[in-house]
Each structure stands twice: as structure tokens, then as C-alpha cells.
Design a protein around this ligand. Structure first.
Ligand code: SF4
Ligand code: MG
Length: 326
């Protein structure tokens, strides 16, 4: 039995010394056990792909997704199976992720029975307990998904994910489709479950307001790359990357919770043909010659705070002063 950190490490290709994941395109992302990492970016930036890779839904390399470090595929079959169950995903739209022809008892109870986590005879009681755990009335377990509200369906999705006893959950816009008051309830449920079960979350969202509320650490993704990651306090107090700063300036707009927001002037370039050098240069107010030619590397600018911007080659405090110093 691997310990938790080791399992996570093997599962996600995390180098326990460097605590670094490589995925998509030069992604460096820390995910520590018990942590909530908020992953933010505009639509199409690759955050769902990264989440699906981490949850074991998308393959690690299909031409678009490259992994370095330890390879999940090198685990022996038993460990690989365990690893797959240890990482679960909760999606945005529970209606399309729940099979409409199945009863709740089967939606939640089939996988744990199939994987031998629960004896068939114990399925009913197991599902009832899980439903209670996520705030659903267990006497509804023979109903179908369409007989529940959106918030209740998301609770069913959460119970289904919990049923196989995961340690790591990827929430991909898991509250985005819900009314604001229901969002708060579901977020509270996520936090309760984290506290009680010691879960680790990657919380993917375009909504910095939600992310601020829930995350220990925030990572910002732009066109397939993590451009900044920091502990949540430092992230909101001292954002570094020009893209992050632009996103934060738009928070009042984000609070209106537009889907597929594009807060910054200029089109989001196609992820298939990203701009040369720093992918953000066509939209960056501080871009200079080097930005068009050379991709900036992620570097640690403060303890646990990494950012990928050429302006960090100088010690000057503001982007303007940095630019003047270069
Ligand atoms: Fe802007 Fe250049 Fe920094 Fe990219 S590297 S964010 S273009 S200043
Ligand atoms: Mg997405």
C-alpha cells in the first residue's frame, strides 16, 4: 500500500522533490496532498484537457499532451487500477454526465460494486449513506436524474465520484451551471468533504471570485501553459504576470459570471497555432522584442510563487519599471 503522497506522485508524475507536474505544454503545477488548487483561464486555454489528463480520462500523450517525470503508464496493472480510481472528475453539467436511463442507486453504486470496494449485498446501504453524506434524501435512490434539480444532480455527481473512494478530485466548472445560491451550497459541500475525507482538489474555473473563495493555491493557464501559480494570498495580493493582472482587473465583470469570458482586449489566439515566444505577447500591454521570439520560463519569484514573464529578468517592482530597466 503506497502512502498518499507517493501515490499522488506516481499518479500525476509529480516529482516529490520538485513537486512539479509536466503536462499539456510546459505545464508546471504543484498539487500537494490536501490542497485545493484553483486552475483559471479563458475558454480553450487547455485547463479542461489538463484536468482530464490528471483524472486519467484523457491519455497522457496523444500528440497534444506531453508528460515528463514519472509515467502513470509504467505502474503495474493493480497499481494503475488503484491510481485510476484514486482520481475522479466532477463535470459542469450533471445532466449530461449522468445516464438518464439509470436509477440513482445504480449511478452511484455500480462502480464500487464492480471494483470490489463494496459487496453487492451492501450496495443499497452504501448508496444510502453516500446520499446522506452529500445532502440527498436516501429514500430517493430509486429515482432517475431528471427527477432532481440541478443542484441535487450535482450532489449525485459528487456522490458518484466519492463512491470509489478517491483521494484526488478534478472539479471542472462544477458549479458554473448552478444559480449563485446553489453554487455556495455546493462549494460548502466540497469544503466539508475535503475536511472530513482529506481530499485534494483541482478546481477548474473561469471565475476568479469562486476560486478565491475555495483555493489554497491558484494557477493561471494561458494557451496550454501555466503562466503563474502562487499561494492564494500572494496571488491576490501580489499578482505578477501581466495576464493575471489583466484578469484580476476584470473581476467585477467576472462576477457577472459570463461563460466563455474574454476579458482582455484582443482575440484569444488559436491554441493550435499559438503566437511565437510568449503566447500572450499579442495582447500584452508590456510586450517587447524578446517576447515575440523567446518563451519565458516559469521561475520562482517568491517562495512558492512562480511566473513566466521576461519582465522578471529584472528586479524592478512594477511592469513599467521592469520594462524601463531592461
Ligand atoms: Fe508580456 Fe512579454 Fe511578459 Fe509575455 S513575457 S507577459 S509578452 S511582458
Ligand atoms: Mg472547459
Amino acid at each position: 500500500e503506497l502512502d498518499y503522497a507517493e501515490r499522488l506522485a506516481r499518479l500525476f508524475g509529480v516529482d516529490l522533490q520538485a513537486q512539479t507536474v509536466h503536462a499539456v505544454d510546459h505545464v508546471d503545477l504543484k498539487i500537494m496532498p490536501g490542497e485545493v488548487v484553483g486552475l483559471v483561464g479563458e475558454s480553450g486555454c487547455g485547463k479542461s484537457t489538463l484536468g482530464r489528463v490528471l483524472a486519467g480520462i484523457n491519455p497522457q500523450s496523444d500528440g497534444e499532451v506531453l508528460w515528463q517525470g514519472q509515467d502513470r503508464r509504467k505502474l503495474d496493472p493493480a497499481a494503475a487500477h488503484k491510481a485510476r480510481l484514486s482520481a475522479q472528475m466532477i463535470f459542469q453539467d450533471p445532466m449530461s454526465s449522468l445516464n438518464p436511463r439509470k436509477r440513482i442507486i445504480d449511478i452511484i453504486g455500480e462502480a464500487p460494486v464492480a471494483h470490489g470496494l463494496v459487496p453487492r449485498a451492501g450496495k443499497d446501504a452504501y448508496v444510502a449513506a453516500l446520499m446522506e453524506r452529500v445532502g440527498l434524501d436516501p429514500s430517493y435512490r430509486n429515482r432517475y436524474p431528471h427527477q432532481f434539480s440541478g443542484g441535487q444532480r450535482q450532489r449525485i455527481g459528487i456522490a458518484r465520484a466519492l463512491a470509489v473512494k478517491p483521494q484526488f478530485i478534478v472539479c471542472d466548472e462544477s458549479v458554473a451551471a448552478l444559480d449563485v445560491s446553489i453554487q455556495a451550497q455546493i462549494i460548502n459541500l466540497f469544503m466539508e468533504l475535503k475536511r472530513d475525507l482529506g481530499l485534494t482538489y483541482l478546481f477548474i474555473s473561469h471565475d476568479l471570485g469562486v476560486v478565491k473563495h475555495i483555493s489554497d493555491r491558484v494557477a493561471i493557464m494561458y494557451l496550454g501553459r501555466i503562466v503563474e501559480s502562487a499561494p492564494a494570498d500572494a496571488f491576490f495580493a501580489q499578482p505578477n504576470h501581466p495576464y493575471t493582472i489583466a484578469l484580476l482587473e476584470e473581476v467585477p465583470t467576472i462576477a457577472h459570471r459570463r461563460r466563455n469570458f474574454s476579458p482582455i482586449k484582443g482575440e484569444i489566439p488559436s491554441p493550435l497555432h499559438p503566437p511565437s515566444g510568449c503566447h500572450f505577447h499579442p495582447r500584452c500591454p508590456h510586450a517587447f522584442e524578446r517576447c515575440r521570439q523567446q518563451a519565458p520560463k516559469l521561475r520562482e519569484i517568491a517562495p512558492g510563487h512562480i511566473s513566466a514573464c521576461h519582465l522578471n529578468d529584472t528586479q524592478a517592482a512594477s511592469p513599467k519599471a521592469k520594462l524601463a530597466a531592461l
